[in-house]
Design a protein around this ligand. Structure first.
Ligand code: AMP
Ligand code: ZN
Length: 463
């Protein structure tokens, strides 16, 4: 069956044809690690995880690279304002040093990895850090300089977009609009409003370069790292729709001007997660929910995964706690329907085909979930076959169905100690921690470990 993907470059759905038969290379614009990821950012990485799993489902060997931007991302898309990492140092009351910057970046990079893993998003095999690839940025800027695409102003080296006639081709950007001042804070030294920074001079922080001390621009980092780790061209480039207008058009302008060939063949973009009608954004504290908050409110990160699967990646979503609750109920119902002893069954060929045609139609996960529910409701199919087929679908859905069901069956409390568990809960309600710890020890002695979770105490036999 053909794998169809919607390519922002052509504005159409196209059959995926890789550069090398049986292989797929993909680059995903990754996090700027100056703060926690919000659940909108996590939508971008869930989309990438589904894309990767669908490619693997279609038997492609996937090579995936995602950047960690730990330097050089200026606050505004028009390349003005402060570097986001410098802003983070000020916010956290840290000194303006490279060491402190590294410390902040390491902290938020770890938080990012923990978040994606909690949502069962596979960690990309290549996670290059911008700060480890400065030499590649400098080499690329030099190449652009040699080819005559750059100029220097007081704040650094800039790309001259008038030298790249196709500028703005991704998503059909209106350059006339830009000329009329659509990009705010236009730097009067720039030759054209869309020109962007390649190397930002900074007399206090940064790396030495042929143009002086400073930082690479955010756009050059992605062009340099994607080509270094995946080659140019590679197959698929992803990001949120907010990256189409500026960041990805800038990547295309740089990479094509340097090497005279495309950067990537397919450009895929996820729509936003909005809150109260506005895009969730790291710079907006009132419009920002993290995975921690989701968990603190008693949801599993897999409830959030299920919630995201319920919408196509190209449909905007408006987050609400009620919708997340519905997702939690649906996921629990799924586990209920699939619970019980596992005997090996057969994969149902018809449902497998329906499922494949859903995911191969530009990653239609809502349709894929509908196929799963139809399978579970189908009375003609044996429970063992249902389970085996559902577990096969879960290779893409990533809801940890098999693991979760096993965990549930371990939660059954033996009658002999149910009383002790109830007594311990009463002690906990009265904040009687000494008694509750004593009862925990007693339960342990009887061979069970008790774990307090958001949905109540869970028992596990001590092996
Ligand atoms: P950042 O760390 O801000 O560079 O963003 C990381 C990724 O999240 C990028 O691919 C963005 O396009 C994407 N993104 C940012 N905000 C949202 C949102 N509210 N909904 C979905 N994706 C987003
Ligand atoms: Zn990027």
């Amino acid at each position: 069956m053909k794998l169809i993907l919607r390519n922002t470059l052509s504005g159409r759905k196209e059959e995926f044809k890789p550069i090398t038969a049986g292989k797929a290379t993909m680059y995903n614009c990754g996090p700027t690690v100056y703060f926690y990821a919000h659940i909108g950012n996590l939508r971008a990485y869930l989309f990438v995880d589904i894309l990767k799993k669908v490619l693997q489902w279609n038997r492609y060997e996937v090579k995936q690279g995602m950047n960690i931007t730990d330097v050089g991302h200026l606050s505004s898309d028009s390349d003005e304002g402060e570097d986001k990492m410098t802003k983070a140092l000020k916010r956290e009351g840290k000194p303006l040093t490279m060491e402190a910057m590294k410390e902040v970046a390491t902290f938020y990079e770890k938080a990012f990895i923990a978040d994606i893993q909690a949502m069962n998003i596979e960690k990309p095999e290549l996670l290059p850090r911008a700060s480890d690839n400065i030499a590649a940025d400098i080499a690329l800027i030099k190449k652009l300089e040699e080819n005559g695409y750059t100029y220097i102003i007081s704040s650094g080296v800039y790309f001259d977009t008038s030298k790249f006639p196709e500028y703005g081709k991704l998503g059909g950007i209106n350059l006339e609009g830009l000329k009329e001042g659509a990009r705010v804070n236009i730097n009067p030294e720039k030759k054209n409003p869309a020109d962007f920074n390649l190397w930002k001079l900074d007399d206090k922080l940064g790396w030495e370069s042929p143009w002086g001390k400073g930082f690479p621009g955010w756009h050059i980092e992605c062009s340099a790292m994607s080509a270094k780790y995946l080659g140019q061209p590679f197959d698929i480039h992803t990001g949120g729709v907010d990256h189409i207008g500026t960041h990805h058009n800038n990547e295309i302008a740089q990479s094509e001007s340097a090497f005279g060939m495309p950067l990537a063949h397919y450009w895929l973009h996820n729509e936003h997660l909005n809150l109260s009608g506005v895009k969730m954004a790291k710079s907006d504290k009132d419009n920002f929910i993290t995975l921690h908050t989701v968990v603190d409110k008693g949801f599993s990160p897999l409830d959030y995964r299920y919630y995201l699967l319920g919408a196509h990646y190209r449909s905007p979503m408006t987050f609400s706690w009620e919708a997340l609750e519905s997702a939690r109920n649906a996921r629990r119902r799924l586990l209920d329907l699939l619970s019980g002893k596992n005997d090996a069954g057969k994969i149902n060929a018809d449902y497998l085909e329906h499922f494949t045609s859903a995911v191969n139609d530009d990653l239609n996960t809502p349709e894929a979930l509908a196929v799963l529910w139809n399978l579970l409701r189908d009375e003609r199919i044996e429970i063992d076959d249902k389970k085996t087929t559902a577990f096969e679908f879960d290779k893409i859905l990533g809801l940890k169905l098999e693991e979760s069901i096993r965990a549930i069956s371990e939660e059954v409390m033996p009658a002999s100690i149910t009383g002790l568990v109830i007594k311990r809960e009463e002690a906990r309600e009265q904040n009687n921690w000494i008694e509750s710890d004593r009862l925990r020890d007693e339960i342990n002695k009887l061979g069970y470990e008790i774990k307090d979770t958001n949905s109540g105490p869970k028992l596990k036999k001590i092996m």
